[in-house]
Design a binder for this molecule. Structure first.
Ligand code: B12
Length: 418
């Protein structure tokens, strides 16, 4: 029998992360509203199984200093770090200021920055959308360098929420809507869309089996959750899949309130059945109500499709939380002026408006670089030598950024005070 090891699995603190102007101010104050459980770390811990002393440390709300201290207190033999590119400074600090003899990194960041992560102090990185089997193996063999993961959903168990104090994640503050003990899960990974502002990793779509999806829903229900959110990249790409999930719910006579993050294409038939199965809300990237802007984003969408979608959702009482993006070079003042009324006319209950931001590795950022708006690759420089509170210069005028900030807050407040 292999020797039991002390393992700490940690994600990235938000502390000193790059400033981005995407999130509306009022939303930032409601810190608990996006307090999701760290499913990647929980998945690794679940599939590692017993036999090791594993600690899952959710560092999102900690300072970097506190995170370093907590890691050091645990004295791990293996430190597993989950990283995304917007937290490059925290990642570098953790890699360089902790004393664990073996450090391994996974998550979205290493898809494109594996070598860099090794140079910054990792012993190994695992590249892949699911990496549970490779991690389990690495705990025994302590490999060095880059490992490409091939784990698939049918080889692993869903994350066991009981490995953490899950009640801590029941929402305490509510921004848009109130739910009872809402917890989240994923039924799939990947998205077939190629929107220019997204820095998603190039993942082939993978879905869990319908049985496993309902098993996970029932796991959350058994813990007291009465509202389950599917936080997939795009949960409703496959209608036959969702029908299978609902067949399984029927088969087990299982009912719960649920919601999902998906796209604006949905048949009347699916919407009707979802609504009959307790589905209450869809979170979806509408982005714009103008075909020129939608084309600019590379969205497979149009105002006509959005109208049809909203009509269907309203017909079946499914609330729409619509993400919008303003600040493209192709939008006009007239468009911005008319946008709030158009949102209302569509019956969109919760608009979430963000300002277009050149996130690292996105097509939008690369375009700005090619056009010479940025004279040097500012993200590459930051990732190489990350600094605290990094702020990428706004690609257009600062005055424009201020105007957009006021515009977004005004609309959001009107909606919030409603
Ligand atoms: C849910 C989610 C969130 C949630 C919850 C995060 C949490 N508590 O875990 C919230 C809303 C808080 C969030 C916040 C952010 N997110 Co987010 N998020 C996601 C989302 C949709 C799903 C992640 C997930 O749970 N997957 C399911 C689990 C089981 O898989 P996983 O986490 O990927 O983990 C597996 C593998 O990646 C790997 N792995 C992961 N970590 C590790 C560590 C080790 C040691 C090993 C070996 C393997 C390994 O093994 C895991 C198990 O198989 C992804 C999109 C996606 N499909 O990945 C974006 C995504 C990861 N997020 C992203 C971003 C940009 C952010 C923010 C920076 C946004 C912002 N501007 O603030 C913040 C960062 C917060 C932080 N402190 O780190 C980007 C990252 C892009 C990039 N290239 O780095 C993604 C890809 C979305 C996107 N398209 O832009 N996010």
């Amino acid at each position: 029998m292999a020797k039991s090891k002390k393992i700490v699995l940690v994600n990235m603190p938000d502390d000193h992360c790059p400033r981005d102007w995407r999130t509306p101010d009022y939303f930032k104050t409601a810190t608990n509203s996006t307090n999701y459980m760290p499913l990647g770390l929980l998945s690794l811990a679940t599939n590692l199984g017993p036999g090791h002393d594993t600690v899952v440390l959710d560092a999102k709300r900690l300072t970097i200093e506190d995170t370093l201290q907590r890691i050091e207190q645990e004295k791990p033999e293996i430190l597993g770090v989950s990283a995304n590119t917007m937290r490059a400074f925290a990642l570098k600090e953790i890699l360089q200021k902790t004393s664990a003899p073996y450090k391994i990194v996974g998550g979205a960041h290493v898809f494109r920055h594996a070598e860099l992560t090794l140079r910054q102090g990792a012993d190994a990185v695992i590249v892949g959308s699911l990496a549970d089997l490779e991690f389990k193996e690495a705990v025994e063999t302590l490999p060095k360098g880059i490992i490409y993961a091939k784990t698939t959903y049918d080889q692993i168990n869903f994350p066991d929420r009981k490995l953490m104090d899950y009640k801590e994640y029941f929402p305490k503050d509510f921004v848009f809507f109130k739910t009872q003990n809402r917890l989240h899960m994923l039924s799939s990974i990947g998205c077939p869309q190629h929107c220019i502002f997204c820095n998603n990793v190039p993942a082939k779509m993978q879905r869990k089996s319908a049985e496993s999806v309902v098993d996970e829903m029932q796991h959350l229900y058994s813990l007291g959750s009465r509202s389950i959110h599917f936080l997939d990249d795009n949960f409703n790409v496959s209608e036959p899949f969702l029908h299978k999930v609902m067949d399984e719910m029927d088969h087990r006579n299982f009912q719960v309130e649920w919601s999902g993050r998906g796209q604006i294409i949905m048949s009347d038939e699916l919407a009707k059945r979802l609504s009959e199965h307790g589905f209450k809300r869809i979170h979806t990237g509408i982005e714009a109500l103008d075909d020129t802007i939608l084309n600019y984003f590379g969205k497979n969408s149009s105002v006509e499709k959005i109208n049809k979608f909203c009509t269907t959702m309203n017909k079946y009482n499914i609330d729409v939380l619509g993400f919008f993006i303003v600040g493209t070079p192709v939008e006009t003042d007239k468009y911005l002026e008319g946008l709030p009324e158009k949102i209302k006319a569509l019956g969109i209950k919760h608009p979430y408006i963000q300002i277009l931001s050149p996130t690292p590795d996105s097509e939008y950022y690369r375009g700005l670089l090619n056009q010479g708006v940025y004279k040097t690759d500012v993200w590459a420089e930051h990732l190489k030598n990350p600094v605290p509170d990094f702020q990428i210069p706004y690609p257009y005028s600062t005055k424009r950024l201020e105007e957009l900030g006021k515009y977004v807050d005004k609309i959001e407040q009107e909606y919030m005070l409603k």
